[in-house]
Design a protein around this ligand. Structure first.
Ligand code: PRT
Ligand code: ZN
Length: 283
């Protein structure tokens, strides 16, 4: 049995549950309880506050956990970052009131900066040789300059609208963060084996998300050109069509290269191009 800690409620909860579901792991009890056991995978799920997850993983109360990289770094526990999960993306940034002139990081010298991320901020300031006073507060950081508590803030930003509505502007990004899978350093061989199985599934889900299945018809004299732009997992699947001189080509393409590839395929006389999402991909 492997114990995983996920956020009880909040920004990472739904995506964490969704990921487990996509990995074929069924959880019937929801998050009303502190913990529950998956029906079809040796996984026990603990629902916790995100701030507590690194400590629990470090203590071995949970073996692995899903938490923002920002929280992992702030808590600074000796646990492993095993996998970047690609959701819960945000950045930890320094912001100052809109009207304040800011031309370089030197403008932070001597300022008072309010934050809930004092460890990460202190490391950043030390590295940049900036002497600023950190004022640690537990929430509503964005109102600190407005009420005269600090000159600047250091907080998480995603859309930027919180900064905007509080009359602040982002001047330094100190960390780009996303949800990560973290693990205790002393897992038993049995726990490691379960983690490997889970990672295989997570990988399959992630790979599939970044890929599309593509089907098209092409004249046979273009098959060489088309195969060159459609590497697929090994090579494209090519099946002759009943119509003389034509074939059906099927392959997998990376989401990022998608439009580029489509343009090339069109120039090689591809027709009837169909693109499908992939649910899982095991390579
Ligand atoms: O109750 P618990 O302690 O578990 O939850 P929490 O309230 O501490 O955390 P929660 O649910 O707000 O965030 C969990 C994690 O989501 C964070 O640790 C980040 O890794 C990630 N995340 C992603 C964010 C944001 N985006 C985000 N925008 N966490 C917080 N914010 C806040 C930010 O602090 C600011 O107040 O949203 C506001 C800014 O958003 P924009 O869109 O206006 O820029
Ligand atoms: Zn929290």
């Amino acid at each position: 049995m492997l114990k995983i800690a996920i956020q009880k409620s909040g920004r990472l909860f739904e995506d964490s549950i969704k990921l487990l579901k996509e990995c074929g792991i069924e959880i019937s009890n929801g998050n009303k309880q502190l913990k529950t056991v998956a029906d079809n995978f040796p996984l026990e799920i603990y629902f916790l506050r995100d701030d507590d997850i690194p400590q629990y993983v470090y203590d071995g109360v949970a073996d692995i956990g899903i938490v923002g990289e920002n929280v992992l770094l702030e808590k600074n526990k000796d646990i492993d970052l095993v996998y970047r999960l690609g959701f819960g993306k945000c950045r930890l940034s320094i912001a100052v009131p809109k009207g304040v002139e800011y031309s370089s990081i030197q403008d932070l010298q001597g300022l008072k900066i309010a934050t809930t991320y004092s460890t990460i901020l202190q490391n950043f300031l030390t590295e940049k040789k900036i002497n600023a006073e950190i004022h640690e507060i537990s929430g509503s950081v964005e109102i600190a300059p407005g009420i005269g508590l600090a000159h600047a803030i250091c907080d998480l930003v995603s859309s930027g609208s919180t900064l905007f509505t509080n009359g602040l502007k982002e001047v330094e990004v100190i960390l780009k963060s996303e949800a990560v899978l973290t693990a205790n350093k002393n897992l038993s061989p049995e726990q490691k084996e379960i983690l490997e199985k889970l990672l295989l599934r997570i990988n399959a889900v992630k790979k599939a998300k970044n890929s599309k299945y593509i089907m098209l018809n092409a004249p046979n004299h273009q098959l060489k050109n088309i195969s060159a732009v459609l590497p697929g997992m090994k090579s494209p699947t090519i099946v002759p069509l009943p119509e003389e001189g034509w074939s059906s080509v099927q392959s997998v393409v990376n989401e990022n290269d998608f439009w580029d590839i489509i343009e090339k395929l069109k120039s090689f006389e591809a027709e009837g191009i169909i693109v499908l999402p992939i649910e899982k991909m095991i390579v």
